[in-house]
Design a protein around this ligand. Structure first.
Ligand code: ADP
Ligand code: MG
Length: 614
């Protein structure tokens, strides 16, 4: 029998290897732009078409290539950046593996034009599926231009695995941010077809951050960034961290080391620790943190697409980092004073109230009807009657059972049921309600004392109302006289577009213009005076956390955001009647124990518990 093992032809071997490096259009963009940075470019122009499927073009004014180098560049393991394994421990370039161009050429049609400044003529190479089709001397600008066309033209399976244009574009933008945020001294332009997405002048890190994420909402970004800066003999750590009140569910978080983006879950914890007690558990702060360390002390991941980096002095740097962030939060007076009275009050904006921070938006208007003018009517149904066979309130406290086991209490959230069942009790009517700390409504129950969080209660009420309006297609809209404009950057706009149909169902109305600007012409009737823009940004943020799956549960998410901003606030004084109304309305909701996102609305202190205390 003859031997059966043979070597694969280069083209096949390269295609297989390419799978590691080039997974999607975004990988091509990353490799090309990193090469331009390594070539010392001060200006890089990017053009993509069809989310990078048909074209990714990168033009730089870097040092260019010689005729031989232009050809060599496409060989696997061909690199000008390292010579020996030792060099791996003193890396100053983004690339070093020498496999990106070989990989790209294995799965796409590539055209390269390049000229070194001192050369009279440049060189042009056309290569596709590892085969060189053309190589000639040409006249061209100094620098390098790569055109990568029809990615995966020869690998249909990979092509089919690509996601929608929006998803691929957002991958591309993410890769772009990782490079642009740390190379702020390099000017970038970015076009998607004919649309200009970015025109970023050379600047410093802070301006770059604002130019990318603030786009037109620059003020919001200028207000939120605090500087951090620490230099020790182990590392220089500098950059910007967001003020706690700008924390969000899908926060914008970047670490860079020696000019390279990295993921570092351990350092991430150090940053979070500095914010301890300042932000809600579900939220995370924005940050852009840059480390400069001796290249000898880090181990850059050898895997082409991994971004984790190992530090020799990890623990020490961890502590320096956390202290540095803490110091900066402290310097700006962000750290709340720990005071027994404020315990558990972190969701109150007033807990974080230094002079140079946005004032909390709790406007108090004594005439304000917390239930909206045309929305609230005292329900015809007395909530107690919802539970058939329940005690009448005239009966004496003693004879009333503390809890009726046959009561059918909805348990749609799945939290511990004991308390839920207890809570489904009758409130003694004609009782005076008491408002504690302008936050909790306290009222008597047959079996004890009921405490209700007014804000959360109202969220539940409004949420149920909104959901039923949506189901009945009856969302009410009101036109606004002076439309505010929502200004987004490109990738946020992609996500926002997907929200639009649902937002319209809820009563929003937008006029869109170029440049991702949305003028808010109509808003849900329910919406009070708060900033529509902040609300929309919150919704966008929520949508981002749900990833690509934007359609399912979108109504819930929008209704919840709307309910949250429209609900009566903590710190708002309520009259006795308003409190009674709120309680009635709350108990008319099928799940009055928890908010739609599972926060506890009420709790009971039982007679026994009270008696035990005396
Ligand atoms: P690596 O970046 O790991 O060295 P690549 O395959 O990305 O490997 O590139 C191979 C070589 O081609 C680089 O080492 C560099 O010498 C050259 N090269 C690639 N892109 C450029 C560019 N834009 N300008 C100048 N030289 C380039
Ligand atoms: Mg490279």
């Amino acid at each position: 029998m003859s031997d059966i093992i043979h070597l694969l032809p280069d083209s096949v071997a390269n295609q297989i290897a390419a799978g590691e490096v080039i997974q999607r259009p975004a990988s091509v963009l990353k490799e090309l732009v990193e090469n331009s940075i390594d070539a010392g470019a001060s200006h890089i122009q990017i053009l993509i078409k069809d989310a990078g499927r048909t074209l990714i073009q990168v033009v730089d004014n870097g040092k260019g290539m010689s005729e031989t180098d232009a050809r060599m560049a496409f060989e696997r393991h061909a690199t000008s950046k390292i010579k020996s394994a030792d060099d791996l421990f003193s890396l100053t370039t983004m690339g070093f593996r020498g496999e990106a161009l070989a990989s790209i050429a294995a799965v796409a049609q590539v055209e390269l034009r390049s000229r070194r400044t001192d050369d009279e003529l440049g060189v042009m190479v056309e290569i596709a599926g590892t085969r060189i089709f053309k190589q000639e001397m040409i006249q061209c600008d100094s620098g390098t231009t790569f055109q990568v066309k029809n990615l995966f033209f020869n690998v249909p399976a990979r092509r089919r695995f690509l996601k929608s244009d929006n998803v691929e574009k957002s991958h591309i933008l993410n890769e772009f941010y990782r490079i642009a945020l740390v190379n702020s001294n390099v000017a970038f332009s970015f076009f998607d077809g004919d649309d200009e997405i970015f025109q970023l002048p050379a600047s410093n890190h802070k301006v770059r951050i604002e130019n990318i994420f603030g786009k037109n909402a620059k003020k919001r970004w200028q207000q939120q960034l605090l500087t951090i800066e620490t230099t020790t003999n182990l590392a220089r750590i500098y950059g910007y961290v967001g003020k706690p009140e700008y924390a969000q569910k899908s926060a914008i978080q970047y670490f860079f080391v020696n000019g390279r983006y990295m993921r570092h879950p351990y350092f991430h914890k150090a940053v979070l620790l500095a914010y301890n007690q300042m932000i809600q558990a579900s939220e995370s702060p924005n940050y852009f943190i840059y480390f400069d360390v001796d290249p000898q002390t880090i181990d850059v991941n050898i895997h082409p697409t991994k971004t984790e980096i190992k530090f020799e002095n990890e623990q020490a740097i961890w502590s320096i980092l956390s202290a540095s962030v803490k110091e900066s939060l402290g310097k700006f007076n962000i750290v709340p004073s720990i005071d027994f009275d404020q315990e558990g009050s972190l969701e109150m904006p007033s807990a974080i109230q230094p002079e140079n921070v946005r004032p909390p938006q709790t406007n108090f208007n004594p005439n304000y009807n917390p239930f909206g003018t045309n929305m609230y009517k005292r329900p015809v149904l007395d909530w107690e009657n919802l539970y058939g066979g329940f005690e009448k309130k005239e009966e004496s406290i003693e004879s009333a059972p503390d809890w009726e086991p046959e009561m059918d209490v909805p348990d749609n959230i799945g939290f511990g049921t004991d308390e839920q069942q207890q809570n489904s009790e009758s409130v003694e009517t004609h009782t005076e309600n008491f408002q504690y700390k302008k936050r909790y409504i306290i009222t008597g129950l047959k079996s004890g004392m009921l405490m209700i969080d007014q804000h959360r209660a109202h969220i539940r009420i409004l949420f149920d109302l909104l959901m039923s309006q949506i189901e009945n297609h009856k969302a009410l809209s009101q036109q606004v006289l002076f439309p505010e404009v929502l200004e987004l950057n490109a990738d946020d706009a992609l996500i926002f577009e997907q929200l639009l149909p649902d937002l319209k169902l809820h009563g929003f109305d937008f006029e869109t213009s170029d440049n991702f600007n949305y003028s808010v012409k109509g808003v849900p009737d329910l919406l009070g005076t708060g900033s529509v823009i902040d609300l929309l940004l919150t919704m966008l943020d929520n949508a981002k956390t749900t990833g690509g799956e934007l359609t399912d549960g979108m109504h819930e998410s929008i209704s919840l955001s709307l309910a949250e901003v429209s609900a009566i606030k903590i710190g708002q004084k309520l009259t006795n009647e308003e409190m009674s109304d709120l309680i009635d309305r709350l108990f008319a909701c099928s799940n009055h124990n928890f908010t739609p996102n599972g926060k506890k609305i009420m709790t009971i202190l039982t007679h026994e518990e009270i008696e035990k205390r005396f």
